[in-house]
Design a protein around this ligand. Sequence first.
Ligand SMILES: [Zn+2]
Ligand SMILES: [Zn+2]
Length: 328
Amino acid sequence: MTENIKSITMGLFGWVKKRVRFRIRDGTDLESEILNIIAGPIYLYTILSVWVLMMFEVIPYFYISTCLLHRCFITTVLVEMMSNWLCMMYVSNKFSPGLAQDRCMDDIKNIKHSNNGLLPQTEAASVANKQKLYWYWRPCLSCNISRPPRCYHCPMCYTCILKRDHHCFFARSCIGLHNQRHFIVFLAWASLGTTYSALHFVYYFLKVYWSHVSILDLFAPFTLIRWIFGYSSLYLTHTMLTATFMIFFILLSTTFLINQVELIAKGITTFESKVIDRGKVKVTDSRNLNDKIRAVFGSYWALNFLVPLHLIFRPVEDPLNWPSIKIT
Ligand SMILES: [Zn+2]
Ligand SMILES: [Zn+2]
């Protein structure tokens, strides 16, 4: 029995050690890897706790005749967030090397590339060359394939992602060509749901909890410490943790949502917005706003906010040639 436990423990330890070493060697860091592991459970804990809190405590306290209506609303938010979160995880943006392997340019094969999609750092590279290189097909040294413009390797996903926007730690997946729509719909429902819940919760907290909690309980880390030493209940600690994460998610989802709307209007990705900020290259999309929206959501974009439609209405986009994109 003891031997079995020992061998299982050693096996697990070896697996973790090997995994951590491999990830660091492969172009990521320990902080990102830890974030990649804990962000998803934090999201699930928060969303489910908020739903339970609203359904069985806050909404019944405020509403009697319209209780069912409010419960339906908060459940709709939960279903929309969860379905789009799952789509963010499982809708693939992986670039298939069979599409055009021979398009890799021989003259740039030997240029040293970074694995996280940064521009090639050659000493003599002029601005013009950087602009040109940015739009070439380039080799991915990790996947051993050539990749089209706007396609970058993600060290966390271990693959090349079409129109890579960024790696989302909460979904443990990259946001790119096919799942950006789910990311935006998720953010919209998250902003709406968390704001609605927080406004109700603050008022509920002042009415119900305020008179018998310590001021220290307002800050989740202190509540946690007070609970450990027996000064606070487990339920209050859980409620304050939920409230803290809820406020955090309001700020995060709203900020990301505004940012994504701006990016769609410009027709660029998060990565490209940083490149533009650094003055390296300027990426512009010559399409009108309607076409830029269709490039992300496909046709009938508004329907995506009710039902995931990535299998029916694909993004109206050419992910290999990008005919409407101009680099200056
Ligand atoms: Zn790759
Ligand atoms: Zn990724």
